[in-house]
Design a protein around this ligand. Structure first.
Ligand SMILES: Nc1nc2c(c(=O)[nH]1)N[C@H]1C(S)=C(S)[C@@H](COP(=O)(O)OP(=O)(O)OC[C@H]3O[C@@H](n4cnc5c(N)ncnc54)[C@H](O)[C@@H]3O)O[C@H]1N2
Ligand code: MOO
Length: 412
């Protein structure tokens, strides 16, 4: 490993990260029905107005009893009690349990006043008029106490939580019908390039199937955004502006891929340079040519734009490093970054001096090791697809021997 001085032309990864992050502000908050909230970020804490369980209830189907009535019972000396009430789940009015009697009770039903335990039906003869019980029970057996799970006034969900199925379950269990959530950022994903063909159509020499647009739109959705995809924007500045125009009012972020390096037909650069988007080279591999700024069409603050490089792996890695954290922050999520782990490298790796390298790799959690998938080339999309992490090689490393400790960002 040697120390290398980064080229002065290259912008540090952290600086470009901040530039992208600063473009986006938190999205508005609105109130939505629970079944529209999965995956969104909660905007306000949720406090339980009631305890959970709301009342003492039975954990088993069986008979509500006084444990003292069964103190002397065993297999050889069963006792028979009259069954004086039936308590299905949801019964509201309950008669008290008199000494020396039992109530038939179902799982989740209220425990009647006077009862202090449930005898599971398996320990009885299942009688409906009278029941024969052959085991004793301790006080509190097979009962679930009010407030055992949640006390009234407890905070059950905190703002910034990414709402999962279980979060929605607990919100509903405490009686919440709607939640305050951040609206997902609306992202317009554009791909340009005269060589791009729609999958399903025939491919002629020199043409390739479009892949960045579909991939980035999916990545936006996975990150918690909402994506609109314009896949075949022609390599023409006027056509580029025309493609954007109808969507600007409803767009929080424009993501483009391709057309930003040094070629003669760099439509994204040609259309956006001078309109508030700065094009730079970042000290990163893949993902060196980058752009970020605002797209101005006249009045107003402009629409945030991030221009990603066209090579598919560069586009995807740049999305992970720069766009995803910013998008998640704007969408109100507390968790903005992928999980990070330390891992032991299983083979030797080389890297360009002065650039942070992100290699596609597979992390094995059982051994704590990481193995690169495919080579460093930014056209090797299949190894992006088979990777489960990005392996980060720091800017100052030019060679990492097998056995080195490295950081990995888990993608799944
Ligand atoms: N003379 C230089 N050439 C290049 C430089 C440089 O600094 N000087 N940078 C290289 C690097 S690094 C990258 S990354 C690429 C970035 O190029 P662009 O962002 O301008 O992208 P394109 O030239 O349009 O395309 C690059 C590559 O990716 C394919 N592509 C583009 N869009 C899509 C899409 N939607 N789906 C699938 N594949 C796509 C395109 O066909 C090209 O193969 O520039 C290097 N060159
Ligand atoms: O730096 Mo480019 O983004 O890989 O080939």
């Amino acid at each position: 490993m040697t120390n290398a001085t980064p080229s002065p032309r290259l912008v540090p990864v952290t600086e470009h990260e901040q530039r992208v992050s600063a473009l986006l502000t938190p999205t508005p908050v609105d109130s939505r029905a629970l079944d529209e909230c999965l995956g969104l970020a909660l905007a306000e804490d949720v406090t339980a107005p009631i305890p959970l369980p709301p009342f003492d209830n039975s954990a088993m189907d069986g008979y509500a009893v006084r444990s003292a009535d069964l103190a002397e019972v065993d297999e050889q000396h069963p006792v028979t009690l009259p069954v004086t009430a039936d308590i299905p789940a949801g019964r509201v009015e309950l008669p008290a349990l008199e000494p020396g009697t039992a109530h038939r009770i179902m799982t989740g039903s209220q425990v009647p006043p006077g009862a202090d335990a449930t005898v599971p039906v398996e320990h009885t003869d299942s009688g409906t008029e009278r029941v024969r019980v052959s085991t004793p029970v301790r006080v509190g057996a097979h009962l679930r106490r009010a407030g055992e799970d949640v006390a009234a006034g407890d905070t059950v969900l905190t703002a910034g939580t990414t709402l999962t199925a279980a979060h929605l379950g607990v919100a509903s269990a405490v009686g919440t019908a709607q939640l305050s959530v951040h609206r997902p950022p609306q992202v317009l994903v554009l791909s340009t390039g005269s060589e791009l063909v729609e999958p399903g159509l025939p491919l002629r020499p020199g043409q390739i199937y479009e892949s960045n647009g579909i991939m980035l739109a999916a990545a936006v959705r996975q990150a918690g955004g909402s994506a609109r995809l314009l896949r075949f924007v022609p390599d023409d500045v006027t056509a580029f502006h025309e493609a954007l125009a109808p969507h600007l009012d409803s767009t929080d972020l424009i993501i483009t891929s391709g057309g930003v390096s040094a070629g003669a037909y760099e439509v994204v650069k040609d259309a956006l340079a001078g309109s508030g988007v700065a094009f730079t080279k970042v000290a990163m591999q893949p993902g060196m040519p980058q752009g970020a700024g605002r797209y101005f069409t006249g009045n107003g603050a402009g629409t945030p734009v991030v221009t990603l490089p066209g090579n598919p792996v560069s586009a995807m890695v740049s999305f992970e490093v720069f766009v995803r954290p910013a998008l998640r922050r704007a969408a109100g999520h507390h968790t903005t970054r992928r999980p990070f782990r330390q891992a032991v490298l299983t083979e030797q790796l080389g890297s360009s001096a002065g650039k942070r390298q992100y290699r596609r790799a597979r992390f094995d959690p059982s051994s704590g090791t990481v193995t690169p998938e495919g080579g460093p080339g930014s056209h090797l999309l299949s190894s992006m697809a088979s990777a489960n992490c990005l392996l980060e090689v720091p800017e100052d490393a030019t060679e990492l021997p097998s056995g080195s400790n490295v950081g990995v960002w888990l993608l799944e």
